[in-house]
Design a protein around this ligand. Structure first.
Ligand SMILES: Cc1cc2nc3c(=O)[nH]c(=O)nc-3n(C[C@H](O)[C@H](O)[C@H](O)COP(=O)(O)O)c2cc1C
Length: 417
């Protein structure tokens, strides 16, 4: 390993506007700062923090870990988003227990040794950009655990990874013994005491994440992983206190967030939910839908969750969503319908582009979602992998001027117009 000086030159935050922000007083008279680029307050339990803009980099599994540890890849990967001014960044789904990893290459927060490793990632990312609000997603893959990383294109006999090649297909768990799809493994139905152990795993992982220096944790209850499969009647057919009514199906998630909030009253606590399972209209099975999202949003608000991100899908194998711009915004609208007192809502899903009049201009569609009051924040994932400068590009498209940039880069930006 190269010995890189940890005391590299980092511009002092108080000397400069943080990268990705706009000083509204510098704008010509009559020009409003777009909502997307405005400094905005979010609750952090009893506290309030100010984010330098409303852009969140959504969590993205990179399948680049060994034994759950962050690597140099993670430093560079998150560092580039920070350098280019993302207001908030969420580190990928990180398992709260080894059996809760999607693949053996997943990131984790399941041992004490992970704390120091994540602390290096947090310190590095925060040292290259001031005021970046940095969090981590905590996850359990449930019945979708023990698979190959998606970039592994070697032919496999099964969609899951068997134990003889490094998987843990015999210990994959779920609320009910129902496979994710045809050909998938039959998961072990969790007992009540095993469910309580997983609740403890989430709370312990949150404790480790805060000790590593993360500003917030996001609890992953979307995409058919464990917590969202508890919520969905398609995957949860239990008849005990964890099945049946919406209150029972969301009991595990709510217990986790209530315990984290009680133990860490001033730390950031975010949740990601499915807005809908996405069954076709003619499928009459009971499933997770927008009404369920509205009902759960008010329970999460009362439990002290600070930000709710609404995604969708992944609960059952064969449904595919048409990923057109804003396809998941109705889920954010459903969450906001519940008269929230504390919690903010972010939208995600193909929000990077322009509007009908100006389809190529980054930021215009996202600004429209905010202007229409459909969400308070904008989460983006894939675009950041090919265009890490998205915040800077959106500022130029929305305002015709540069947002503040990293000291080392921004003096080279050409004058505009
Ligand atoms: C490579 C990749 C990895 C992802 N990993 C995660 C993850 O770890 N946790 C999660 O909640 N969503 C994950 N997602 C979903 C994204 O966070 C996001 O919701 C989705 O890509 C839609 O947003 P976009 O249209 O801006 O890409 C992943 C998406 C991609 C493309």
């Amino acid at each position: 390993m190269l010995a890189i000086s940890p005391s590299h030159y980092a511009p002092l935050p108080e000397e400069r506007l943080p990268a990705g922000s706009v000083d509204p007083s510098s704008l010509p008279e009559g020009v409003e700062c777009p909502l997307l680029l405005q400094r905005t307050e979010v609750p952090s339990g009893k506290n309030t923090v100010t984010l330098k803009n409303r852009v969140i980099v959504a969590p993205m599994c990179m399948y680049s870990s060994v034994d759950g540890f962050p690597t140099p890849f993670h430093l560079v990967h998150h560092g580039q988003f920070a350098l280019h001014g993302a207001g908030s960044i969420i580190v990928e789904a990180s398992a709260v227990t080894p059996a809760g990893r999607i693949s053996p290459r997943d990131l984790g927060m399941y041992t004490e040794e992970h704390v120091a490793a994540h602390a290096s990632l947090v310190q590095t990312v925060k040292s290259v950009s001031s005021e970046v609000y940095f969090g981590i997603q905590l996850a359990h893959a449930g019945r979708k655990a023990s698979t190959w990383p998606p970039y592994d294109r070697t032919p496999h006999d099964t969609p899951y990874m068997p134990v003889n090649v490094g998987g843990w297909d015999k210990t994959v768990v779920s609320p009910s013994a129902i496979p994710y799809g045809e050909g998938h493994l039959v998961p072990h139905e969790l007992s009540v005491s095993e469910i309580r152990d997983i609740e403890d795993d989430f709370v312990r992982a949150a404790d480790r994440a805060y000790r590593a220096g993360y500003d917030f944790v996001q609890i992953h209850s979307a995409h058919g992983y464990l917590l969202s499969s508890f919520s969905s009647p398609l995957a949860n057919q239990r008849t005990d206190m964890y099945g049946g009514s919406l209150e029972n199906r969301t009991r595990l998630l709510l217990n986790i967030v209530r315990r984290i909030r009680e133990q860490f009253p001033d730390k950031g606590l975010w949740v990601r939910l499915n807005g809908t399972d996405g069954l076709p209209e003619d499928d009459e099975r009971e499933s997770w839908d927008y009404e369920s999202t509205t009902a759960l949003a008010s329970l999460l608000d009362a439990a002290g969750v600070d930000m709710l991100d609404i995604s969708s899908g992944g609960t059952v194998g064969r449904l595919a969503f048409s990923s057109k711009p804003g396809y998941q915004v109705p889920g954010a609208v459903a969450a906001k319908m519940s008269d929230l007192k504390h919690m903010k809502v972010s939208a995600v899903g193909c929000l990077q582009g322009g509007t009908e009049e100006n389809p190529e201009a980054p930021g215009l569609f996202a600004e429209k979602v905010l202007q229409e009051g459909n969400a308070d924040f904008i989460s983006l994932a894939r675009v950041f992998l090919r265009q890490p400068t998205w915040v800077e590009d959106a500022a130029r498209a929305l305002l015709g001027r540069h947002a503040a940039g990293a000291l080392q880069y921004s003096y080279t930006f050409p004058p505009l117009g």
